[in-house]
Design a binder for this molecule. Structure first.
Ligand code: HEC
Length: 132
């Protein structure tokens, strides 16, 4: 065993803290929760505003309170796309079709906000990937 690996082993067994994830405090949890809620609120705003499209249509017209978006079922086969897809691809399908808008990148902050909002609406629902 080379010396570097030995040192890592000794550290890992002698100091359990060495292999644990970063410590965090209650104040961190509160801050992270607030950041999540802020992003989800922005998602709700986008979901109910015509900003994402070009024709005045909003997501919430067809999906009131996130209805029928089923974030817990992704990834899954989607008829419209003809393959197993992620939810952001269906968000883009709806931006392009009913809203006649421009698709967003998967990691666009607006796309992340929409996902945060839809996932929050379905909080507690069991994950069921692939379900129809
Ligand atoms: C004119 C009505 C309409 C509007 C407006 C609309 N959608 Fe949809 N949406 C649909 C239809 C129809 C489907 C396809 C149904 C299916 O295959 O489950 C769908 C599917 C979806 C799905 C996948 C649902 C599932 O069960 O897997 C998501 C997520 C979604 N829409 C998000 C959005 C978002 C975000 C917006 C706004 C950018 C939006 N939709 C706007 C009609 C609409």
């Amino acid at each position: 065993m080379n010396t570097m690996i030995k040192v890592i082993f000794i550290l890992a067994f002698a100091y359990p803290g060495f292999v644990q994830a970063d410590d965090f405090k209650k104040s961190d949890l509160k801050r992270w929760r607030e950041q999540f809620d802020e992003v989800a609120d922005e998602g709700r705003r986008l979901f109910t505003s015509p900003d994402l499209g070009s024709n005045g249509v909003v997501c919430a017209q067809c999906h009131p309170n996130g209805a029928n978006t089923h974030p817990e079922t992704y990834p899954k086969f989607q008829k419209q796309l003809g393959r197993v897809a992620m939810m952001w691809e269906m968000v883009n399908w709806c931006i392009l079709n009913p809203l006649e808008g421009k698709p967003l990148d998967a990691d666009d902050p607006e796309m992340i906000a929409i996902h945060a909002y839809l996932a929050k609406e379905r909080k507690g629902v069991q994950l069921d990937p692939g379900r129809h």
